[in-house]
Design a protein around this ligand. Sequence first.
Ligand code: COA
Ligand code: AMP
Length: 635
Amino acid sequence: MAVGDKYRAVHRRSLSDPEGFWAEQAGAIDWTRRWDKVVDRANPPFYRWFAGGELNTCHNALDRHVERGRAEQTALIYDSPVTGTKKSFTYCALRDDVAKLAGAIAAQGVVKGDRVIIYMPMIPEAVMAMLACARLGAVHSVVFGGFAANELATRIDDCAPKLVLTASCGIEPGRIVQYKPLLDQAIDLASHKIPRCLVLQRPQAAAAMVPGRDIDWTEAAAAASPHACVPVKATDPLYILYTSGTTGQPKGVVRDNGGYAVALAWSMQYLYGVDPGEIWWCASDVGWVVGHSYIVYGPLIHGATTVLYEGKPVGTPDAGAFWRVIAEHKAVALFTAPTAFRAIKKEDPDGKLLKHYDLSKFRTLFLAGERGDPPTIEWANKLLGVPVVDHWWQTETGWAICGNFVGLEAMPIKPGSCSVPSPGWHLDVLDEQGSPMKAGEVGSLAAKLPLPPGTFPTLWNADERFRQSYLADYPGYYKTGDAGFIDQDGYVSVMTRVDDVINVAGHRLSTGQIEEVLGSHNDVAECAVIGVADELKGQVPFGFLVLKAGVTRPPQDTVREVVQLVRDRIGPVAFFKTAIVVPRLPKTRSGKILRGTMQKIADGQPWKMPATIEDPVVLDEITGGLKTAGYASKG
Ligand code: COA
Ligand code: AMP
């Protein structure tokens, strides 16, 4: 057999016989009721996996392992350099804690189908909170700690939770992030009123409690009776995870229970090549999809040990932190974002700190969240001497669209490419008319419907938005929103987004959303935001402001205020630090702002004068402004 044949056979089968292929993989999961249909195609373009089946995801992640010999195996290792804490939980201990917490949540009247918001830092209780909701069949929605109150309020109003689970604070290097005042502010801002909050008091900061609404987490969990797993339909939602769209209104990506569990179990074994019982580390955050799938659900469903790391790749305390965690816990694989490796490379380009650690158990590095740039991949590969696998996925897809399936058959790695499609993914590169393009040509990456298990069945309360955003442009396909090409060997390269989504340090942001905030400032008549290239973060947002006639204050005052406004309204995670004031914005004759051209100028890339431009002189003004700000150095 030639290299790649094994993978190709699996992939081919997943497309020619999806029912047979996924039914076989579903054997890795415990079901309380077997499905009637592997994929229900009755209501296209809405497809449902394992329709009629019933299961409980928390049972699959914890109880069944306790019952079948893993009770004393470590399920979770919490490693927190920012608090100087390390703690391990066996499967049995984690199951017991989760069952008690589920009891405390149920005591607040939460039942199957109710929504619960989780606004928490990277601590074991965040993992327990997710699993406890899953245990009850409640639908959790985790909100990343770096978002501001306003973003939290938007999510509260969209999913109307019965309960919020939070902690008093998060810890960023050098500062304590007080979560509770942010939550209180969000609850004030939201129209939907939250009857109850369960608040975990961390020793680093005490939260002020609102009498009658806020309940002490520790006391409530201690007083609760353990709650059993509640079976849910395979097609019932496990969680909602909000992600940036093209407007200020984030999209509530829905994840089901059954298809997700099946896809995660498959991927842990065959994509990540991890065996049950092995130690796996995903250095992301529970607030992102990567954290949901591969800090919490994937490794636990698979019976592996997951590492929960509350720290950064650098500064906690140094650029050897990742090597320490891998060595100390004997992790066989690490999954993180390329930006984390760029941060390490910047601090310790020769990898001197690696020499202090024994990484002999370490087999593979997985990168995702943004394009794996070849220099970073090559640097990591040379330093660590293990395969560095770039794999591509999205909040919407829940697991990888493409990757290198090292647990099935490692294929040659081509730096710059995220390798080959996952089972069930039939990818095409389409031109503007929706026709497939030739190998090597760059176009819109789209996947034939139905998407495989684990991917989103719809957006929360927004079927029509789901259809319009993803399915309307290319009938029969899911539009990924990414552009790229597929080479002659079937390897996929993802180059850029086709919409106004930018990727800042592996975090997905909408420039439209930032523009909405800038536009709300009193001085601002018009604005545009682009993502400019950044050596460390991949991209960072950059704003252009046109001020209202009659504004006479120094422009830097307005800039300072809009920077603060974005931090207050969206959060520090937006990393919006720079804007310039310009006399006008470059536009087409039909009034469309030429963001793409501005971005090329800022990045010093070659650019062409757009034929449809209203007034070419504006681009000179923009170039001048960018040069003064230290951009547009080449081109
Ligand atoms: N709560 C509150 N604030 C947070 C936060 C959280 N959970 N996470 C980040 N922030 C803040 C940071 O403190 C920073 O604030 P500042 O502007 O006041 O310094 C801002 O948000 C930007 O954070 P970040 O982009 O994380 O920058 P950083 O300099 O702190 O760290 C990296 C840089 C590369 C270490 C970091 O971006 C990283 O690890 N990225 C990987 C992302 C990832 O895992 N993505 C998921 C896909 S795999
Ligand atoms: P998110 O939904 O936050 O996970 O962001 C998804 C987006 O990140 C994708 O649509 C891509 O634009 C980008 N992305 C994620 N992984 C990769 C990758 N391996 N290569 C290129 N882009 C990626």
